[in-house]
Ligand binder design. Structure first.
Ligand code: CUA
Length: 348
């Protein structure tokens, strides 16, 4: 289960959030644009500062007794044309490049890249919630998926050289409550999730491993803890992951787990959480059907350890770990708490 995480660690730093280290075409386009803008504005800065410093030194008052005004120059047509035309040209060039980048980053590439017709795209609808991410897996190639996960997006690695091995990911972005922003810097730029509006973005990468990101639009007290993890699996690993996610929740034969399940189903947990294949069908909180296939809890804040220790702390008092989050402490008895944790820890 920690395979992708360990791979990413071996691969370098999973905490790499640099826009200058892109691994996907939209992020590459943004790096190119950033460098171009920095180069042009840097050159302007150097020219202006050089002229300024030269003038300060060259025309400084050398004779303290001389208080007369130096000769004044008025109206030079060539100079005025030059300093109007040059900035206009620079702004025009930057406008064109920005428009092109915006087009590459925002537009569904299927509309302008015919070679993607042979590819196998993954389509996911992302819904922003205070303060976690809902991922609705819609389609992989022609196959309808129809399951929901949270906070950790799994996607297949692409091979951009071979059309039939390309695996672009198209995200449809919506919000459940307030505005959020989906940002995984090495994959793509920020795209907002706005209530009542649907946005879209895409990315495609050949690099497997973990790519981190986070909500980039202030959305309330726990905005800083609305963390994102994107796992890029090999196509084979991804298909194994899909096969497990498509299944209904694991049914355990263990009597203690079954007792825990009864406790879980008798509590108000089920008003907000769904466990597919059980009466728990809530939609306000993360889908828990395959909770233990995720590495983190609480929107990416704490590790989802196999012993269930953090899970227990999280359920016992969510407000202690993530103050302001919408899950209250239910004041379960120690016995009931053990039961609920035992049940949830069985949801591989
Ligand atoms: Cu969601 Cu900030």
């Amino acid at each position: 289960m920690n395979g992708p995480l360990l791979l990413a660690l071996a691969d370098g730093s999973p905490q790499n959030l640099s826009i200058f280290d892109p691994v996907s075409p939209p992020a590459e386009a943004i790096r190119y644009l950033s460098i171009l803008v920095l180069a042009i504005t840097g050159a302007i800065f150097l020219v202006v500062e050089s002229v300024l410093i030269y003038s300060l030194l060259r025309f400084r008052r050398r004779d303290a007794a001389n208080t007369s005004e130096p000769p004044q120059v008025y109206g030079s047509k060539p100079i005025e044309i030059a300093w109007t035309a040059a900035p206009a040209l620079i702004v025009f060039v930057l406008t064109l490049v920005i428009a092109r980048t915006e087009w590459e980053v925002r537009v569904d590439p299927e509309r302008f890249q015919p070679d993607l017709k042979e590819s196998k795209p993954l389509r996911v609808t992302v819904v922003g919630h205070q303060w976690w991410w809902e991922f609705n897996y819609e389609k992989y190639g022609d196959e309808k998926l129809g399951f929901i996960t949270a906070n950790e997006l799994h996607m297949p690695a692409s091979n951009r050289q071979v059309p039939s091995e390309r695996r672009p990911v198209f995200l449809t972005l919506q919000s459940f409550d307030v505005s959020h922003s989906f940002w995984v810097p090495r994959l793509a730029g920020k795209t907002d999730l706005v209530p009542g509006k649907t946005n879209s973005m895409w990315f495609e990468t050949e690099r497997t491993g973990l790519f981190v990101g986070q909500c980039a639009e202030y959305c309330g007290t726990q905005h800083a803890n609305m963390l994102l993890r994107v796992y890029v699996d090999t196509p084979k690993e991804f298909e194994n992951w899909l096969a497990n996610q498509k299944k209904n929740a694991h049914k355990s034969d263990d009597a203690d787990v079954r007792k825990g399940k009864d406790v879980f189903l008798s509590q108000s947990c089920i008003n907000c959480h769904r466990v597919r294949g059980t009466p728990a069908n809530g939609v306000f909180g993360p889908d828990l059907t395959h909770l233990m296939s995720r590495d983190m809890l609480a929107g990416g804040m704490i590790p989802n350890d196999r012993t269930g220790e953090n899970l227990r702390k999280w359920i016992a008092d969510p407000q202690k770990i993530k103050p302001g989050c919408l899950m209250p402490a239910f004041g379960l008895s120690e016995n009931d708490l053990d039961g609920v944790v035992r049940y949830l820890a069985s949801l591989e």
